[in-house]
Write a new protein. Sequence first.
Length: 91
Amino acid sequence: EIDEQIYYEFDIAFAPLECPDFMEGNKENLGLGFCPYDRIFLIAATVLKNNNSDKSGTLMCCVVECDKVEWKMANSDLKRVRSSFTVDRGV
C-alpha cells in the first residue's frame, strides 16, 4: 500500500507444451514430471478509483515478461522492477 493506493503482485508462468525425457537429451527434465517454465510474467496491478461517488475505477497494470534464461540471471532485479510500479493520479 502506497499513499492509500493498494498494489497487487502476481507471478504467472507458462510451461512448455512438451517436456522430453532426460534420456532424450533434455537436461532440464530431472524426472519430476515437469520442465522449467518457458515464459514468466510478473504483474503489478492497482485500481484507480474514479472521482465520482460510485465504486468504479480503472485497472492499471505493469507486466514484466522474461524467458527462463533471463529469469535465471536476473529474477531478483525483475521482481524489483515490478515492485517499483506506482501510479500518480493527475490533478
